[in-house]
Design a protein around this ligand. Structure first.
Ligand code: GTQ
Ligand code: FE2
Length: 348
């Protein structure tokens, strides 16, 4: 008859593990707290990528490989706690993409959603399902899941942007598909600005059917408009103690997140302000647009300036000290967590 076992020698347990392993079993009790920790556990570390380090490497890569040969000439921002995994947070990919005048990054589509945040240079374009948008610093641009996209450059200076993709989210579900377009450059079927005119002025066509499914029908949010909004906000009322003035880029057809898996934000922190520590389960990537200061994530501090990228992994408290008025762009997997009922936040 089975009874409560006496404290047992490790050897007998190890022997059991060895035998069941051959039959594809494993003991849960040896890994329980790793699988179901008391609070978010991630190998990701707080980190910063300084623009002064990145730019020369990007230009060196520019001389060694073409955009066409590389498919996408991107330096991956590797989280130092997850090297080799091509991720900046546990769920998101980030990279710096360089395109030089005259180059083409060939057309393709994939189920992974992408965002671009322009860091330096103007005159490159990205095309999404037949419409091109010219890139300028500070523009937030979306490539919705499964839309044809290519990048080109008819201007005169190198253009660099920050890519954010939901690669690991899609991989978690093994729902990856990729397809090259039969030609290098897709045909243009709408004039530049058509999407923004149609959906970006608090109007929508009667009976509008979302052209990109769960993703915003606006695929380029120009910096001028975001910046103007922040400037106006800063004249009215007080900043939030944790965020300053922080706004989310929305899907105008739903009022919800701009993308189904990734949310993007733009925020202004006034000069001399120090934000109260804030944590949330969506590990967040920040790109500095304007200003300088210091960010502290889980006790580690980094000085930042324009075009630096830093990351606050899930549930690590973040606080920002603005030496000058700061504008920060950021993105996270908030919509995915929201959809699954997982997202939590905590103010200090
Ligand atoms: O520009 O299409 O950083 O497909 C990674 C995958 C950029 C892109 C990346 C991509 C792209
Ligand atoms: Fe792509």
């Amino acid at each position: 008859m089975a009874s409560v076992p006496k404290p047992h020698s490790g050897a007998a347990r190890q022997d059991l593990y060895r035998r069941i392993e051959k039959h594809n079993f494993a003991p849960l009790w040896e890994v329980y707290h790793e699988l179901i920790p008391d609070q978010p556990m991630t190998p990701c570390k707080p980190a910063i990528w300084k623009w002064a380090d990145a730019r020369p490497y990007l230009m060196e890569a520019g001389a060694l490989i073409t955009a066409k040969e590389a498919l996408r000439r991107v330096l991956v921002l590797q989280n130092p706690g997850m090297r080799g995994e091509a991720c900046i947070t546990q769920s998101l990919f980030a990279g710096y993409q360089l395109i030089l005048p005259g180059e083409i990054a060939p057309s393709h589509r994939h189920t992974q959603s992408a965002l671009r945040f322009v860091l330096e240079g103007s005159g490159a374009y990205t095309a999404v399902d037949g419409e091109r948008t010219t890139m300028h610093p500070g523009d937030f641009i979306i490539t919705p899941s499964w839309t044809w996209h290519d990048h080109g450059h008819e201007g005169s200076e190198p253009v660099v942007w920050l890519d954010g993709l939901d690669v690991r989210i899609v991989r978690t579900f093994a729902a990856q598909f990729h397809e090259p377009f039969p030609e290098e450059v897709q045909p243009v079927s709408r004039g530049e600005g058509a999407s923004l005119a149609r959906y970006g002025n608090n109007l929508k066509p009667l009976g509008a059917v979302a052209p990109f499914g769960k993703t915003s029908p606006i695929f380029s949010y120009p910096y001028g408009r975001s910046r103007e909004t922040l400037a106006r906000l800063a004249k009215e009322g007080d900043p939030d103690p944790c965020h300053g003035w922080k706004m989310e880029f929305i899907n105008p057809l739903t009022g919800g997140h701009a993308m189904p898996t990734i949310a993007a934000f733009i925020q202004l922190i006034p000069k001399g302000f120090r934000t109260q520590p804030y944590r949330s389960t969506d590990g967040t990537v920040y790109s500095v647009v304007e200003g300088s200061g210091r960010v502290t994530v889980a006790g580690e501090s980094f000085d930042f300036g324009p075009r630096d990228t830093f990351v606050a992994p899930s549930w690590m408290p973040l606080s920002i000290e603005a030496d000058a008025e700061c504008v920060l762009f950021s993105f996270s997997d908030l919509p995915a967590q929201d959809a699954l009922g997982l997202w939590r936040e905590k103010r200090a």
